[in-house]
Structure formats: structure tokens, C-alpha cells
Design a protein around this ligand. Sequence first.
Ligand SMILES: Cc1cc2nc3c(=O)[nH]c(=O)nc-3n(C[C@H](O)[C@H](O)[C@H](O)COP(=O)(O)O)c2cc1C
Length: 246
Amino acid sequence: MFQSVKERRTIRKYLQKDISEDLLNDLLETSCRTATVGNMQVYSIVVTRDALMKEKLAPAHFNQPMVKQAPVVLTFCADFNRFSQWCRERNAEPGYDNLLSFLNAATDALLVAQTFCTLAEAAGLGTCYLGTAIYNPQLIIDTLGLPELVFPVIAVTVGYPDERPDQVDRLSVEAVVHRERYHAFSPEDIDRLYCTKESLEENRKYVAENKKETLAQVFTEVRYTREVNEALSANLLEILKQQKFL
Ligand SMILES: Cc1cc2nc3c(=O)[nH]c(=O)nc-3n(C[C@H](O)[C@H](O)[C@H](O)COP(=O)(O)O)c2cc1C
């Protein structure tokens, strides 16, 4: 059971083979069966196939090579624009320029993105999420012409796999599932839950290459630092204001 999910891994290299319009449409249409807040479908999916458009999008994703290499790039957006327009054109006053509406629309967009990825992987395609969409939203907004109340929350590159990397580790289910009530972890629990991850050869190498003492330090001091998180958060808030969500 669940084989295509159990065997999944992120794919970052793709064959130079197009995804047929029929298959892509089928995946998109089926993805839209995903649950959605109040059945409002407050998301939009922008499909990029054009090489020039991919080139314009690439810097927004820190030039990660998948953007130009993948036959298709999808940008999933939180979108209260269309729904608000529908309201106004039906003598109804929309009240969706607020944080709650952004979270609802972002939830919708993320859920539909995950359904798309699950279906695409079951159909033999490979996908890679690009969380960089929320690091450089302005460039994406400008390139794709996103209006007020539309905000890019995640992008996905998709194509036929040209690699089969090893699956990466996961914490045991005990680390993420709480029964009935949330339970705090003791230092011993943390040791036990993280010991496999910390002892993996590639992670040990990673720590050494970055000249750090622990794997956690690679996260806090190299990959996801406070300074960068705070700067990107400030930018995010500015652009959410500009897009009229705040
Ligand atoms: C929200 C989100 C953002 C991500 N952003 C990127 C990204 O910008 N570049 C990338 O190469 N992988 C990205 N990934 C993929 C993760 O690195 C990957 O899922 C994780 O390392 C686990 O590997 P797996 O998917 O092969 O199991 C992202 C995944 C998620 C869920």
C-alpha cells in the first residue's frame, strides 16, 4: 500500500522530455479535487513552460538549476483576488484583506500543490518544491503579473526523472506524532530521536565541511540563520502589505 509515496524522493534533474498537455491538464484538474476552505478555491496555479519565462523566474529561486531545466514550473499562489472580484460583481462586499484570509488562501495553495506532487509522482514524474518563492516574492509577482490579493507561496518544478537519488532520512514517527496530548521531550528523548540523523555519514561530513561542532549548528549558523530569517520575514511582511493582505 501507498507505494508511490513510500518510495518518493525529491527529483532535481529531469530528462529533456516534455510533459504532454493532456497529462498536465489531467494532473491539474484532478488536483483541484483537493479540499479547499469553504469550497472557495482561493488559489491560483501559474504554469510556466516558456524558456524565457523560466529564465526570468530563475533568479527568484536563487538560480537553482531545476527552474531552467524542468519542462514545467508551477507557481502556486494564495489568491483572494478572483473570489473578491466575484463578490463585488454580485453586490457582496469582500472582507479578505487580512491575515486570516492570507492563511486560508496559503493553506489552499499548499494543499493543492501537495496533491499535484503526489499525483505527478504516482504518474512517474519527479517534482521538487521551491520554497524560495517566499524568499523573493517580488520578482515572482513582477514576472508573473500577480495582482493584489495574490501571493506566491510555493513553486514546484516537474519533469521526467533523470536521476534516482537515495531516499533521505526521516525522524521516527514517534518524533512527530503525539497521542491525545502533546508531550514534551526530555534531553534523552532528543538524543534518541536525532541520533540516527546525526550519525549518518553524509551529515557528519556536512558538519566537518562547515567547520561546526553539531549538525544543529549547521542549521542555525549556516542554512537558516536568525539574521536571514528576520530579514526575509521583514520583506515578506512588506510584500504582504503591498499585495493588500495586511
Ligand atoms: C516547503 C518546501 C520547500 C522546499 N524548497 C526547496 C528548494 O528551494 N530547493 C530544493 O532543492 N529542495 C527544496 N525542497 C525539497 C526538500 O529539500 C526535500 O523535500 C527534503 O530535503 C527531503 O527530501 P525528499 O523530498 O527527497 O524526501 C523543499 C521542500 C519543501 C516542503
